[in-house]
Design a protein around this ligand. Structure first.
Ligand code: HAM
Length: 403
């Protein structure tokens, strides 16, 4: 027997219904906020992810499903959705149009991580990317939208926010941080020591307790923001408070992808174990330009569908459509014609083997229909159908033409 690859899984039965519900709910809400559906290829040039997610990130450094294809191209299965959407935005020359563009997407992402609970090698994200809006109101609107999605799915969360500054305030802060880290480097883990050189900001979110202890006194970016970043961050705090969206400021929230600036946020759940991030995102105002497009401010987020799968409160299943069955084999062709007609508007389940009344009624709830429709010898002769409304238990015999 051939099994799925490690860290990859099939979505079947109950899980696929949960998946569908999450995607439908998130898409419905995203559309209300003006987002339109976008689909980009799963396979892209490796250079796209190296340049956007960043060579020093774990995603690019260790986790890419990267290979040389038959045409000698260096390609990669997307580890995340933002880079592809930004590439598509530039490819379609939308960066040259004055209109603001908003896209939502969902689909598989691939990261060669060590599989564990909440960490798959193929997982699915639902994400949104908004282009052309620099206002902090957009940051607030996106966070509001995500809260609304989680509320609609019945999922509790904690929201953490931070500001990562901009081209003006980040470089001097980084310098400052490197000086601090270089002085305590003997106390820090191997990963942190590597990151002091490759990406010092990422040292801040090291999970090692000893490192965190020594980082308590590190310089904080929030105390070193330029005027614009500072006033936007204060405004975002005010807007969230006014809207009643609970949050905490996490000065160590730096995100694992290099393209972010200014607002960064994460939604976490304390009900799913160590891999607790259920959604994350932030601004990436320089990425379009960095990938050779016209300078365009942007902000986005993605939520991990598998991570919220077991948290989602499923709506009550309602009886729907028809169960149709025959009690004599000669009635089956008539049943097929009726079913095809009814399926133009309704859900229909047809039982192909003819059987007795009791047998039909025993199996009818598997399909959870609203009506059971049966044809027996008498009905076939008289051109009628026996119909039972399974919600009200009302039974009727009607002419076939009335059905
Ligand atoms: P990310 O934080 O890397 O951000 O991923 C977003 C979410 O995907 C995480 O919060 C988590 O729920 C889920 N996730 C990540 N890795 C795994 C995994 N190995 N197994 C299961 N779930 C996982 C991004 O990907 C950015 N592109 C988000 C974004 C969009 N930023 C701006 N626009």
């Amino acid at each position: 027997m051939i099994n799925p690859l490690r860290g990859m899984k099939d979505l079947t039965f109950e899980e696929s219904q949960r998946f569908e519900h999450i995607v439908n709910m998130a898409s419905t809400i995203a559309k209300r906020y003006g987002y339109g559906y976008i689909e980009t290829p799963i396979l892209e040039e490796t250079a796209l992810f190296k340049r956007s997610v960043g060579e020093s990130s774990d995603i690019v450094g260790k986790e890419m499903y990267q290979f040389i294809d038959k045409g000698d191209n260096d390609v990669c299965m997307r580890p995340e959705g933002t880079a592809g959407v930004v590439r598509a935005f530039i490819s379609a020359k939308l960066d040259r149009q004055p209109v603001k563009q908003k896209f939502f997407y969902y689909g598989p992402m691939f990261r060669y991580e060590k599989p564990q609970k909440g960490r798959l090698r193929e997982f699915h994200q639902f994400g949104c990317e908004s282009f052309g809006e620099a206002s902090v109101y957009e940051d607030f609107t996106m966070i509001t939208m995500i809260s609304q999605i989680f509320d609609a799915l019945g999922i509790g969360y904690e929201l953490k926010i931070n500001s990562l500054g901009c081209v003006e305030c980040m470089p001097p802060y980084r310098q400052n941080l490197v000086s601090f880290l270089s002085e305590i480097n003997n106390e820090l883990c191997e990963d942190c020591n590597r990151r002091i050189v490759t990406n010092p900001i990422r040292v801040l979110d090291c999970k090692n307790e000893k490192c965190q202890f020594h980082l308590v006194t590190s310089p904080k970016l929030l105390n070193n923001l330029c005027e614009c970043c500072d006033s936007d961050f204060i405004e975002l705090n005010k807007l969230l408070t006014k809207a009643g969206i609970k949050y905490t400021i996490d000065t160590n929230l730096v995100r694992g992808l290099d393209y972010y600036n200014k607002t960064a946020f994460e939604f976490v759940s304390n009900e799913i174990g160590a891999q607790s991030a259920i959604a994350g995102g932030g601004r990436y105002d320089k990425l379009v330009e960095f990938l050779d497009g016209k300078p365009t401010p942007a902000i986005g987020f993605a939520l991990g569908i598998e991570r919220i799968m077991e948290l989602v409160k499923m709506p009550e299943i309602k009886r729907e459509g028809y169960y149709m069955g025959a009690m004599v084999p000669e009635a089956i062709p008539a049943l097929m014609t009726l079913a095809a007609r009814k399926r133009l508007t309704d859900k229909v389940t047809v039982e192909f083997s003819s059987k007795g009344f009791k047998s039909h009624m025993k199996g009818v709830d598997k399909a959870y229909p609203q009506y059971a429709v049966l044809i027996g010898e008498d009905e076939l002769k008289n051109g009628t159908l026996w119909v039972k409304n399974l919600e009200t238990n009302e039974e009727r015999t009607i002419a076939i033409d009335e059905f």
